[in-house]
Ligand binder design. Sequence first.
Ligand SMILES: O=C(O)c1ccccc1N[C@@H]1O[C@H](COP(=O)(O)O)[C@@H](O)[C@H]1O
Length: 204
Amino acid sequence: MIIKVCGMTRAEDVEFCDALGIDLLGFIFHLESPRNVTQDWVSAQKPNRALKTGVFVRQGVEEIQAIAAKAGLDLLQLHGGHTVEQCLALGPERVIKTMWPERYPTVERLAADMLLFAPACRAILLDSGKSGGGHGKSLAPKDLQRLQCPHPWYLAGGLGPHNLTVMKTTGAAGFDLNSGVESAPGIKDHEKIRHALQLLRGKP
Ligand SMILES: O=C(O)c1ccccc1N[C@@H]1O[C@H](COP(=O)(O)O)[C@@H](O)[C@H]1O
């Protein structure tokens, strides 16, 4: 199971999550987000184990490549209308492609589109809403329990200690925690993160 904590804006949160064994740390490069960060600050973050994951909404391939090099990113979360071709150009092994289930009439139609992206990314991220992210709302677990997709997919959208037990029933291969583990936008609540990890991994 992959666990990501996104929207990192403080070094103390980066260090805490890295030491706790969180797998992916998300850094958002989106000016309209209250969690937006600079390339220089992200470049200075040196986690021992966690993978630095940049989140991009409107940037194209060349801009993403430049930010990734400057900020020292390991993975690229494409959280906008990015195409299969853009994912392939950036390198499938480092791309996490966001999709929005609420755009689809059925999980079968969603699964068909997920299969289109499968060869072009390491994993698909399913988020609430119909675009963007950080909405703080969750998807309905019942719908996702019926999802048949052979490619790894992670769940996002308002996840936290209050709903992770039921969200685990979706069968997601990973969970992306953001506003549900914050005391304010970009300010991570360490006890909520610790509690979330216990629920997901059963660690003390
Ligand atoms: O968090 C943001 O501000 C944000 C802005 C633009 C694109 C993505 C963003 N965050 C990502 O959205 C999901 C779900 O967040 P939440 O749990 O609903 O707050 C998560 O993957 C973040 O990486």
